[in-house]
Design a protein around this ligand. Structure first.
Ligand SMILES: *Cc1c(COP(=O)(O)O)cnc(C)c1O
Length: 405
């Protein structure tokens, strides 16, 4: 058995060490550390890759969401719809601008927000919807845009986990009013610290966001708006510009790894593939229709799927481990064998202490609660070797044998 970490940043970055070091020296010697040509170059690179008019390098994926909400002038008295099954930043930013997060349930098949639940929660106060393209594949954007458009509701795509993913051939982040990305080291384009990107096709909104990124000043010391300091570092942008051309290869390798997991794991007894026909956010079958362990089974593993509209970039390869306590048992079993896994996310937003005052009804989040109990993400990073992956598969096979007998 070898060590299989959840992620191995050193392997990816050391392959580019000379180029990264040269880039560091170039920026060091330039003496320009705030905005300037390095930032512009990286913004242009991202804009061209995904096909958007405007791209703004920012301090983090979180601040990209915050900036989008600020640019849309969303605040007190407004409601913003977002999934309960997401990373905290999505919901936290809504609260930070003074608006009310309105949580929706998740689809148990693609893990993204359930469209029928979005529809149910739209009110006259709804100013925006934030779909999250979770784990590397797009939410149901056509359906969400169709719900938003007649009410002039803005759509902010939280694509922190999905740079390079496509929906019906179009890059995610470019379909809504705004798109937000993160370069946190564990994201599929991982930086060297915190940073993010805000993208948009609307010239006026982009200009507002650009002002807000630097304290709303235009010109310097004359403040039109109350903004903040949300600028990406020039050094960060320059280093990310070295990695960006490799992103298609990183993505391809993640796709190879995901396909290999699905092929090998699906042949094990006790493992089933989620079927896209059961995707509740496509609106066909109602709520959670995925299999549950039969009476003679203690555990069952459901493998993730990519919806046909989606090019999935597999930022996470996430299993559902069905059966009481079985997810935690598998996690422990793998940890003991030096295999890294992570639970994204153990506590949904509607159940967070800081959102208790919203009084979200736990019973309305059946799918989300199930996912919080069942999800387990496996190592799927680009540099994962076949031998390491075989160890993961072998360990899961043993776990299933042990639990079934
Ligand atoms: C990582 C992440 C963010 C926040 O990005 P940071 O760069 O860490 O601030 C927001 N939303 C989702 C869904 C994320 O996964």
């Amino acid at each position: 058995m070898m060590n299989v970490p959840l992620l191995d940043l050193n392997q990816q970055n050391s392959a580019l060490e000379d180029e990264l070091t040269d880039t560091f020296k170039r920026v060091l010697r330039s003496g320009q550390f705030i905005l300037g040509p390095e930032v512009q170059k990286f913004e242009k690179q991202v804009a061209e890759m995904i096909g958007t008019r405007h791209a703004l390098g920012v301090t983090s994926g979180t601040d990209a969401i915050l900036l989008a909400l600020m640019a849309l002038d969303i605040g007190a008295g407004d409601e913003v719809i977002c999934p309960s099954f997401t990373f905290f930043a999505t919901a936290g930013c809504i609260s930070r601008v003074g608006a009310k997060p309105v949580f929706v349930d998740a689809c148990p098949v693609c893990f993204n927000l359930e469209v029928s639940d979005v529809k149910r929660r739209i009110t006259s106060r709804t100013k925006a919807i934030i779909p999250v393209h979770l784990f590397g594949q797009a939410a149901s954007m056509n359906e969400i845009m169709a719900l938003a458009a007649p009410h002039k509701i803005a759509v902010i795509e939280d694509a922190a986990q999905s740079l390079g993913a496509r929906y019906r051939g179009q890059a995610v982040g470019t379909l809504g009013t705004f798109g937000t990305f993160s370069f946190f080291p564990s994201k599929n384009l991982g930086g060297f610290g915190d940073s993010g990107m805000l993208v948009c096709n609307d010239d006026a909104l982009a200009e507002r966001a650009r002002l807000l990124r630097t304290h709303g000043a235009q010109p310097k010391y004359f403040h039109k708006l109350v903004g903040g300091n949300f600028r990406i570092d020039a050094l960060q942008a320059a280093l990310l510009a070295v990695k960006l051309p490799h992103l298609p290869e990183y993505i391809r390798q993640r796709q190879v790894n995901a396909a290999r997991y699905t092929e090998r794991l699906s042949s094990l007894p006790g493992v089933v593939r989620a079927t896209v026909e059961h995707c509740t956010c496509c609106g066909n079958l109602g709520r959670d229709q995925t299999n549950h362990p039969s009476a003679n089974q203690k555990v069952q593993i459901v493998l993730p799927v990519a919806r046909v509209e989606n090019e999935h970039i597999w930022n996470q390869y996430t299993l559902r481990v069905l059966g009481n306590g079985q997810r935690d048992a598998l996690k422990l079993f793998l940890t003991e064998r030096h295999i890294g896994t992570e639970v994204y996310y153990p506590v949904p937003m509607h159940a967070q202490e800081c959102f208790a005052a919203l009084r979200a009804k736990d019973a309305e989040f059946g799918n989300t609660n199930a996912l919080a109990r069942e999800c387990l993400s496996l190592p799927v990073y680009p540099e994962l070797s076949e031998a390491q992956q075989d160890d993961v598969i072998e360990a899961i096979a043993r776990f299933l044998q042990r639990q079934q007998s």
